[in-house]
Design a protein around this ligand. Structure first.
Ligand code: PMV
Length: 331
């Protein structure tokens, strides 16, 4: 008779205020620097995993669609980490994953996806790994996924040498204050230069990369007390500067590249105008053209309205701080 071990898990996406941009060990996804993020409520992934002794290979459904060999192989490699730990190398699984994003947002998130899958595997195989250890597994699906296991502000420690266990994520502080992030969705298409390729190219060819580790260290040291003090202006200024330094490095890469599109610059101009009117609003951007605006939750609607003349209502989404990843109720 076949044996089934199943579980469901939800993980929310996170946006880094101090970015992870570069690996020191590609196989283990060990980063060059530590990073710090905010977990958000608006975007999340629900994943069910069913380990089944009768299966002869892994099966992966995303958004109701059976995935191709390449996408399934990526999931299989990730499942291997858990099979190894459980001592069950031939126990295959059916993975069913759904990304929940507001209509038309189109922000597929590898961070919430691998965090949800890690949580589901841990539960299904009864491995009882704590969040910190689990984050070292999630990291090996996508670096930023390590941070999506926790809620509020989260720090991912870079760790030591080639020691996988030392590079984990940890809750830094709650975010239960007047805080939000407004997403300006510029482009729904998949990015041309994914984060793996982008960071590798920057690391290898941008002369400014040499400065990046020390800049991140300084930014982290400054942003932490500002977060504890609920000082939005200082947090925002440091986060914006950190993001700009990351994007400046890509422009100085050889050949040069950028994730910005003309509309990204328009959105950034609107943020600067808001600031000139005395509304605290700060920019961050990742490996894509979308602009994210850190602001007060109580002013998020005002900020959303400022984008209305240029962007459609479905292009602007308000997110609040989000919770840690957690099990889904059994149906
Ligand atoms: O984890 P990845 O491979 O999706 O890389 C994330 C890179 C950035 O989003 C640009 C920065 C970050 O720390 O999330």
């Amino acid at each position: 008779m076949n044996e089934i071990h199943s579980a469901g898990y939800r993980a929310h996406t996170n946006i880094a205020l101090i970015k992870y941009w570069g690996k020191r060990n590609k196989e283990l996804f060990l980063p060059v620097t530590s990073s710090l993020s905010l977990t958000l409520d608006a975007f999340y992934t629900d994943t069910h995993v069913e380990f089944d002794t009768s299966l002869t290979g892994d099966v992966f459904y995303l958004g109701g669609e059976l995935q191709n060999e390449a996408n399934t192989a990526k999931v299989s490699r990730f499942l291997d980490l858990f099979r190894e730990t459980a001592g069950k190398p031939n126990l295959y699984a059916k993975v069913t994953s759904v990304n929940h994003v507001p209509t038309a947002a189109g922000l597929a998130s590898s961070a919430s996806a691998f965090a949800a899958l890690a949580g589901a595997c841990n539960l299904a195989l009864d491995l009882q790994l704590d969040a910190q250890t689990l984050s070292t597994y999630a990291r090996q699906g996508s670096g930023s996924a390590s941070r999506s296991l926790l809620g509020g502000f989260v720090e991912w420690h870079k760790g030591e040498g080639d020691e996988s266990a030392s590079s984990y994520a940890e809750a830094f502080d709650d975010a239960d204050w007047d805080l939000a992030m407004v997403f300006v969705i510029i482009n729904r298409n998949a990015k041309k230069i994914d984060s793996r390729l982008g960071m590798e190219h920057t690391n290898q060819t941008s002369p400014f990369y040499a400065l990046w580790p020390q800049e991140v260290e300084k930014d982290l040291a400054m942003i932490k007390p500002a977060i504890k003090a609920h000082d939005l202006d200082t947090v925002g200024q440091i986060a914006e500067h950190n993001a700009m330094k990351m994007h400046a490095m890509t422009i100085a890469a050889k050949p040069s590249f950028t994730y910005w599109e003309p509309a990204s610059i328009e959105a950034m101009t609107i943020v600067r105008e808001l600031r000139e009117q005395g509304i605290p609003a700060y920019i961050t951007m990742d490996a894509g053209p979308n602009v994210k605006v850190l602001c007060r939750a109580s002013q998020a609607e005002t900020i959303k309205a400022a984008f209305a003349p240029r962007f459609g209502a479905d292009q602007v989404v308000i997110a609040k701080p989000g919770p840690a990843a957690h099990p889904l109720e059994k149906e």
